[in-house]
Design a protein around this ligand. Sequence first.
Ligand SMILES: [Zn+2]
Length: 438
Amino acid sequence: MLRACWFLALALGTALACPRTGLAWGGASHVAITRAACETLPPWQKELLGTQLAGLVHRYCLIPDQVYTDRENARFAMMDSRPGVRYILNLHLPGPPPENLEVLQYFVEKAVAALRAGRVADAARYMGTVCHLVEDYGSPAHVVPEDNMFTLWQQFLPPPEEMKGVLLHGPIENGTFQIRLKDYRPRLLGTSVPEASWRLLHRIHEAILYVRATTVPIIRGLYAGDHKTVDAQQRKAARFDAQVVADALYTILCLGTKRFAPAEVEQLQRVEITRFFPLEAPKLYYPQSQFFGRPYWGYPRVGFTLAEGKRPVPLRLRLRQGEQIREHEIPNGISAGMGRRLTFLLPEGVFQRFEVTAGLHAQLGAQGKVQFAVLGDGKVLQRIVLSGSEPARRLECDIRGVTRLALALESKTSQSQHNYAIWAAPTLIKAPAAKGAP
Ligand SMILES: [Zn+2]
């Protein structure tokens, strides 16, 4: 069972126990991050939380770590679907993405329902649990899959004599810093609980990727006794994490009051998912089992492809514009291989349409021939075969009711080394198709 989180005691060699209250650790990371996030909330939201704001910062963001000691609040970190389970690992360490989404959605829903029923004290506690999850997932000690105690990593990065055998989890994440977000304005992540939870999961993924780059510098800093570097890298991680916490809190309070700024609602109408991670990369990297063999041996990439599997080359498509066909560079496309799928998790009942441009790379794919298919929950929604001599095609699909959207590629030539296929600007859209559209 994992109890070591941002918050655990720093002292090495002492028994690691969950602290009783956040107040004993005033500078601890969960408190520092939640405070920085709360400072960015607009005045109306701070007023709405009232006296619960201090509780959220100092106590409720720690509830999932204190389910055995804070009996009064433990139920705010438990789920009806897991009766009797007091310690839910997903609140601290990410599991498979569908599970993470289920857990997030559960607690966001609870917070929103409590707000709508006028139970602000309960809402603040559920919000504390959401804060904890976001903060833990983005902790420099939690972003390494399968090795959060760093026993494997110490084989790659051997510690100095005096640190041999030390569990690095605590030292990597425990700091005494304070952070401020200055001018950060939290973003609305959705106008419904499923949409907001789904986008929050994507924001958390962005945080995990950002924070992964701080873990090695922190370990090296610890080995060298360089506390300045450790502190600087922990702050860097914590600031990004705090922005995501701010988005989560802001969105929950907007949902709970049904108060949305029209400009923010407008921005949510279309979502480009080029940089969203598919289920084939559950821990935000492609495992070797997901590699493809054609057009080269490799894995999907955003914004470029690898010519002959060696040289990065920008994505270029030939697009029809009126009577003319012109070549364009595509910054927001995915280069993918034959015989593999990219499957994206969608929130229920949010998006109505999916659009994507499918084509072969203007130079590298000129002699290729590929079948592009879009599938919704396993059923084919659109399927076309394109040759490299043809311009790219825009595909539109009705995705009402779809929860898993897949993009699949299949070779239609014996010369599949030319199949440099590109999915450009895959976009989810809330509005239905205009009349007369395909
Ligand atoms: Zn935790």
